[in-house]
Design a protein around this ligand. Structure first.
Ligand code: UDP
Length: 330
């Protein structure tokens, strides 16, 4: 059987494709290459360029491959962009996911893994690591667009022979430790990626968005997880559903948070390079602090993090940024 990865040319998707190939799986990718890159897809994978809402293309993919699982990454992921243009987020993330789920049900694909997000929680009531049962109060259209997809999956699983795992990602960062792929998105906005670009001199310093939050140093706190650990959680989810496990929602994070300033200091330390940091105003849609309780992933998915080390996450991100810089010089 084969696994269909949507958004397999993107940042997390391309790591997933490598992880599946490494595990001996047959992999099929669909990606419209709006932000991803064809070269980021492992050569062993079968590639289809196109949109996940293209019903005819999906029917062709299901006819040409024996797919028993879909891992769905394709979507838009930038919180402030979603605040500025909410309807494109409801289109890309919610409406297109609906089309994909409908095609999966029609083709009788039994298993589905969904890239959800900690943004479904908004700001938790306490500073404790958040559990999956916490109230769902997204503070951005991005979070809401993902939560709506979770709801569609829940209801679809009740009505059809269909099992899903929704993985709520915390802050994904770093790159393949073997250097085969990494975050290559142009105009990236995520903290560690932006800092890595500042280290390499690809940008003149960077901004810290808000230093007046109710946290020890006034900057927002996030739970940064290495992208390879995250990909591995998907493999575990797949294994569990194929063995008959039911639908489940699980957080993917390490259970500890770092502030923006802590991250930037660690980046400077690991890189051995200083860069200018400007203190700017708050960014719209940012939750104050969000840290995972990963107990469900560890117990139910049997997931064991291997790279729970901020310096390692930063090192792999820097190595990839360096690789991109050299690549562009050729
Ligand atoms: N952030 C920042 N400067 C940047 C990028 C991000 O201060 O150039 C902050 C952002 O405001 C948030 C945290 O870093 O508090 C994590 O943001 P990111 O965009 O990486 O992920 P998000 O949590 O929004 O998914």
């Amino acid at each position: 059987m084969a696994v269909l990865v949507t958004g397999g040319a993107g940042y997390i998707g391309s790591h997933m494709v490598w992880a599946l190939c490494d595990a001996g799986e047959e992999v099929v990718v669909i990606d419209r290459l709006s932000t991803g890159f064809r070269w980021a897809v492992a050569p062993e994978a079968r590639f289809y360029e196109g949109d996940i809402a293209d019903r005819e293309l999906l029917q062709r993919i299901f006819a040409e491959n024996r797919i028993d699982a879909i891992i769905h990454f394709a979507g838009s992921i930038i919180v402030p962009e979603s605040v500025a243009d909410p309807l494109s987020y409801y289109e890309n993330n919610t409406a297109k996911s609906r089309a994909l789920i409908a095609a999966a049900v029609e083709a009788k694909v039994p298993h589905f893994v969904f890239s959800s997000t900690a943004a479904v929680y908004g700001t938790p009531d306490t500073a404790d690591p958040v559990e999956e049962t916490a109230p769902l109060r997204p503070e951005s259209p991005y979070g809401a667009s993902k939560l709506m997809t979770e709801i569609m999956l829940r209801d679809t699983a009740l009505a059809h022979d269909f099992t899903y795992t929704a993985l709520r990602y915390f802050n994904v960062a770093g790159a393949d430790p073997r250097g085969r792929t990494g975050q290559s998105t142009k105009g990236a906005t995520h903290l560690i990626k932006v800092a890595a670009e500042a280290v390499l001199g690809k940008r003149q310093g960077m901004d810290v968005f808000g230093t007046d939050y109710p946290t020890p140093d006034g900057t927002c706190i996030r739970d940064y997880i290495h992208v390879s650990d995250l990909a591995n959680a998907h493999l575990k989810a797949l294994e569990r559903m194929r063995a008959g496990g039911g639908s489940i929602v699980a957080n993917c994070g390490y259970g500890r948070g770092f502030s923006v300033l802590e991250v930037l200091n660690r980046v400077k330390e690991v890189a051995g390079v200083d860069f200018p940091v400007r203190i700017s105003g708050r960014r719209p849609g940012d939750a104050v602090s969000i840290v995972a309780n990963p107990a469900v992933a560890m117990q139910e998915l049997n997931w064991q993090p291997k790279h729970d080390d901020l310096a390692f996450i930063v090192r792999t991100a820097l190595d990839w940024e360096d690789h991109l810089a050299r690549r562009n010089q050729i």
